[in-house]
Design a protein around this ligand. Structure first.
Ligand code: ADP
Length: 196
């Protein structure tokens, strides 16, 4: 990992970060690439997640979508299944990788020399939860892990993995929520062949 303070060139550093004595600039990594992690449950991945992935992939040089292996939740899909679905729906994006991790995000991010976590914001209800996670990660990482929020695109503002699961339980139509390959797997989990 590079030093804890931003510095560039040989002259005095006139950047705002230097004056404020901020820790790392968010883009500073060993190989000087702008990298970010998009962590989440993705149980299953929805068009809302995919929208965030596309937009983050156009902002950062490298985006790692990381499925959290959270033993306390009882997910519909295994971590392996979620990673496979994500790989399929992101295969056209060359700068997107898909992985899984367990434990603290800050430890995982540090192991990858990544200093930015991307999260999506839908409604005010997301805000408090997301703010708390972002601030805790900032504190626990001694300022090394920052969070960048992308606001949802309006058409996905009410879309969540849990609503997809709820609709699919009753064999409802989830075609506007998830890609066809994901929809087939969701219906199969509930013993339905299609959504109609
Ligand atoms: P969590 O990580 O809290 O279990 P998810 O895996 O469902 O939640 O979502 C991962 C991230 O994607 C979260 O920041 C969440 O707010 C965001 N997200 C989920 N659905 C959407 C959506 N429709 N539009 C924008 N962001 C979303």
């Amino acid at each position: 990992m590079t030093g804890l303070h931003a510095s560039a060139g040989s002259g005095p550093d006139m950047s705002p970060a230097a004056h404020l004595s901020l820790p790392l600039t968010i883009s500073e990594t060993e190989d000087n690439m702008k990298k970010a992690i998009y962590p989440g449950s993705f149980d299953p991945v929805t068009y809302g997640h995919i929208d965030i992935i596309h937009r983050a992939a156009s902002i950062f040089d490298e985006l790692t979508v990381s499925v959290l292996n959270n033993k306390e939740k009882s997910p519909l899909f295994s971590v392996e299944e979620r990673v496979k679905m994500l790989k399929e729906v992101t295969e056209a994006l060359p700068n997107v990788k898909v992985e899984s991790f367990s434990g603290l995000l800050i430890d995982y991010a540090r192991s990858k020399d990544v200093h930015v976590s991307v999260r999506g914001l839908r409604a005010i209800t997301d805000f408090e939860y997301e703010l708390q996670i972002a601030q805790t990660n900032k504190l626990l990482s001694a300022g090394e892990l920052d969070t960048v929020f992308l606001t949802t695109s309006l058409e996905y503002a009410y879309l969540s993995s849990s609503s997809v699961k709820e609709i699919a339980t009753f064999n409802g139509d989830i075609s506007k929520c998830v890609p066809p390959s994901v929809a087939a797997l969701v219906y199969a989990k509930y013993g339905h062949r299609t959504g109609v």
